[in-house]
Design a protein around this ligand. Structure first.
Ligand code: AMO
Length: 440
């Protein structure tokens, strides 16, 4: 049979809106075949849409022969169904729909590349190769419903706390985080780059709007092959004027707590589906705070890992720490030598006014107090081997009364990985970009 057009048909409801109040009423639903069972004289179609699913029941003799025949559908066929709502205890949600008409809008091959019934899990790369199909799975719908709520709750928290949402350029003329890890692009006849972070612009705008945030993309040309690195990320960046690291630690933990309250409140069914209802729980604040030096000590003594003072914490070190401290915690006062130029050195300049927010073994966010004095900033650039001339337009801002300021950047995909209990960060992005993956 050929496929059909919608013509005058429009959905009257989403599956979630088909409740017992609608019994005996006529509805038009649209979606995809999640499951199909043929028991001879009885056929069941599980029709899914963006909000869930409903059972379409076809019993020979009850529905017309024509519809009964037409209802021989394949997995993920795109359908519209007109029918009457019935109460039926054994059906999911206690509701079934007895169709009076069906339109087959598009078909699928007999064998789909991935299992969409939820009975088995297909290997991640194959799923990612067929991502638009894969995203229709119940699990993925739960993951991205939670992502939506993270952003929603974060935005309302920040608006309630007087933050302005900013948007900063993603095509830039020079590096923000230092020279490496930049993707060069052609900007007409000159070279430009994709931004690594909103860092410099959010700092500048803290000198205008005082409390700013951005949820936007950053690009990292890192050839990392781990389950926590991507080449294109979305970061939640924020910056506060007339503030230092201590103020930022407080607002970040409050934000984390509020977002998790929001997710539990609005997306409990998604958390349940992912088996995370007892794991993604509202954390107590304040979060424990450890200095870099304290944790180095812990690693070198109790955890038997030799790390030299001044080194970054390796994956192994983070894993060990995560087993010791499984919740949210801060690591503060990192060695200045491994922090970017814009971070303020501590009174003892070996250390810096910087922090990472960890959840167990995984770093979710980093931030700190910034340098706001131009002379110091030029010196800091030189100390890092960067050319101040390349930062001329940024440095100029510091001639115009730049306030003391501090902030953080948080990786949304990393956090989603944690909240959903995912194994690989690529599952937390609709279309991940990694060194190997540029499609779809
Ligand atoms: P940083 O580079 O530490 O700091 O990034 C902040 C957070 O962004 C996430 N992130 C990544 N996630 C996945 N793949 C990557 N390749 C990747 N790189 C970073 C992490 C990380 O904690 N400008 C500073 C922030 C600041 O000081 O305000 C910055 O970008 O979750």
């Amino acid at each position: 049979m050929l496929t059909e057009e919608m013509d005058g048909w429009r959905k009257t409801h989403y599956t979630k809106d088909v409740t017992l109040d609608l019994v005996e009423k006529e509805v038009i639903l649209g979606g995809w075949v999640r499951n199909y069972r043929d028991l001879g004289g009885l056929r069941f179609i599980t029709l899914q849409d963006v909000y869930g699913e409903r059972q379409i029941t076809l019993k020979k003799g009850i529905v017309s022969d024509e519809i009964f025949e037409k209802a021989k559908v394949g997995y993920q066929y795109c359908l519209m169904v007109k029918g009457t709502v019935k109460s039926f205890e054994k059906a999911p949600g206690g509701i079934e729909i007895i169709p009076t008409e069906i339109k087959i809008l598009n078909k699928t091959p007999e064998k789909l590349p991935i299992d969409m019934t939820g009975e088995t899990t297909t290997e991640l790369d194959l799923r990612l190769n067929n991502r638009a199909l894969d995203l229709r799975s119940v699990r993925n719908q739960a993951v991205f419903a939670i992502r939506g709520e993270i952003l929603n709750s974060a935005r309302s928290f920040l608006h309630d706390h007087d933050f302005k949402e900013i948007y900063t350029p993603k095509i830039i003329g020079s590096a923000t985080e230092g020279g490496t890890e930049l993707f060069p692009i052609m900007y007409f006849d000159r070279e430009a780059f994709l931004t690594q972070s909103a860092q410099l612009y959010k700092e500048q705008l803290s000198g205008v709007y005082e409390r700013v945030f951005e949820i936007g993309p950053s690009f990292r040309a890192e050839k990392s092959h781990t389950k926590r690195h991507l080449c294109e990320i979305v970061q939640l960046d924020m910056e506060i004027a007339f503030a230092n690291m201590k103020d930022v630690l407080e607002i970040l933990e409050e934000l984390v707590r509020n977002v998790i309250i929001g997710v539990r409140d609005k997306q409990m069914s998604a958390l349940k589906l992912l088996g995370m209802e007892d794991k993604t729980v509202v954390p107590e604040i304040p979060f424990p705070r450890y200095t870099y030096e304290e944790l180095l000590d812990l690693l070198n003594t109790k955890l038997n890992l030799k790390i030299e003072w001044g080194e970054d914490l390796s994956t192994e070190a983070n894993r060990k720490l995560g087993r010791e401290i499984p919740g949210y915690y801060y690591i503060t006062h990192w060695p200045m030598a491994i922090k970017p130029f814009y971070i303020m050195p501590s009174k003892n300049p070996k250390f810096s006014e910087s922090f990472d927010l960890q959840k167990g073994w995984l770093e979710l966010s980093s931030g700190g107090t910034r340098v706001h004095n131009k002379v110091h900033l030029v010196q800091a650039l030189e100390d890092k081997g960067l050319n101040p001339l390349a930062f001329e337009s940024h440095l100029r801002t510091f001639d115009f009364g730049m306030p003391p300021h501090a902030g953080f950047g948080l990786g949304i995909a990393r956090w989603l990985t944690v909240l959903c209990g995912l194994d690989d960060i690529r599952e937390a992005v609709m279309y991940p970009r990694t060194p190997e993956r540029l499609t779809p």
